[in-house]
Design a protein around this ligand. Structure first.
Ligand code: PHE
Length: 337
């Protein structure tokens, strides 16, 4: 026979079951589910414990019914708990995995080529000394590639076998792929007045057969400084700063006498790094005749210029012994940098 006390107990059990199920379904994560487990099934102060205490008083009236209701409640809450535990565990795994419903596609994008990295670092180092980065065209006229640099009409540097001349109409002066970035020196001096500190990094072209140290296209870093009182000592200091900053450590710079038509005196630049001297390029004081040709007063200002091989300094720094590796586009090689 149902009694009022048993009815009250059954009502309490139903309330408890409904609350537990709603709460467990709403629980957002593992911690919330665990808190609900303690709140309902906890051995000391869980809701089921207090229901069980009410039960004690009613066992006398109808033991089987009381026990059945209580066991049903426990089973229902336990099942809801397990469902919730399973659900939040799955959500945690999903949160770490790729959500394929998100817009966009993650593509492995690669990274900047080591030569471009070198160019940017050299620009950054030279900027610290006040050298602004400038650029010039790769297809040049003979004025900027030769004449303005005092490379005369009969100079062997103009030999068609040593340059990439472009086909032009009969009678016109052929253009060419620039053979040196010294062209940019002229272009800058034609347009600006001293004081001048510029650096230009870019491609140059010479019909050399590709081998470990030659390539028909390579990059040069051209520096130009024109200010009153400039000397070879300034040139050497700037080159030493550039080399030490880029290669790391205290790099020694050595000058050997040389000749370029647009510098006087002219030198070959060697750098010592890791106990080995490597030739890096040419340099010198800008010839007063070149300064005069662009309208500067050689009595008032003097300047230095240098042109170094970008591949050479990159190869030195990265321990690359064959410059062709930079242009083979072998991803396994490029991935290292
Ligand atoms: N342009 C020269 C070369 O390509 C290098 C150089 C630059 C020399 C500037 C002197 C001054 O060999």
């Amino acid at each position: 026979m149902p009694t009022p006390a048993l009815d009250a107990l059954v009502a309490e059990i139903e309330r408890c079951r409904a609350e537990a199920i709603v709460a467990l379904q709403a629980a957002a994560d593992e911690q919330a589910v665990e808190e609900l487990r303690v709140a309902f099934l906890g051995a000391r102060s869980g809701r089921l414990k207090s229901v069980q205490k009410l039960l004690g008083a009613l066992v006398a009236a109808d033991p089987p019914a009381a026990g059945r209701h209580f066991n049903d409640l426990k089973t229902a809450i336990t099942r809801a708990l397990e469902t919730a535990q399973h659900r939040v565990a799955g959500q945690a795994v999903q949160a770490q995995a790729i959500d394929v419903t998100l817009p966009g596609t993650a593509v492995p994008t690669g990274h900047v080529h080591p030569i471009t990295q070198t160019i940017r670092q050299v620009q950054e180092i030279m900027a610290r000394l006040g050298f602004a980065s400038v650029d010039g065209p790769e297809v040049e006229d003979q004025w900027h590639n030769f004449d303005a640099l005092a490379i005369g009409r009969e100079h062997p540097a103009r030999d068609p076998l040593d340059n990439f001349y472009l086909a032009v109409a009969r009678g016109a002066d052929p253009l060419l792929l620039r053979s040196q970035t010294s062209t940019v020196q002229i272009r800058v001096m034609e347009q600006r007045q001293p004081p001048l500190r510029v650096v230009s990094l870019g491609r140059v072209y010479r019909p050399d057969t590709a081998d470990a140290t030659h390539y028909p296209m390579f990059h040069q870093v051209e520096g130009l400084l024109v200010e009153p009182g400039t000397t070879m000592a300034h040139l050497k200091s700037v080159l030493r700063f550039l080399a030490s900053s880029f290669l790391g450590g205290d790099v020694q710079v050595r000058f050997r006498p040389s000749f370029f038509p647009f510098t006087e005196p002219s030198v070959e630049v060697d750098m010592e790094w890791g106990g080995r001297w490597v030739e890096m390029g040419g340099a010198g004081m800008v010839d007063p005749a070149v300064l005069a040709a662009v309208g500067y007063d050689p009595q008032r200002v003097s300047g230095f210029a240098f042109g170094l091989g970008v591949e050479r300094i990159a190869a030195r720094r990265y321990g690359v012994s064959d410059i062709r590796d930079f242009y083979r586009n072998d991803v396994r090689f490029l991935q290292q940098f």
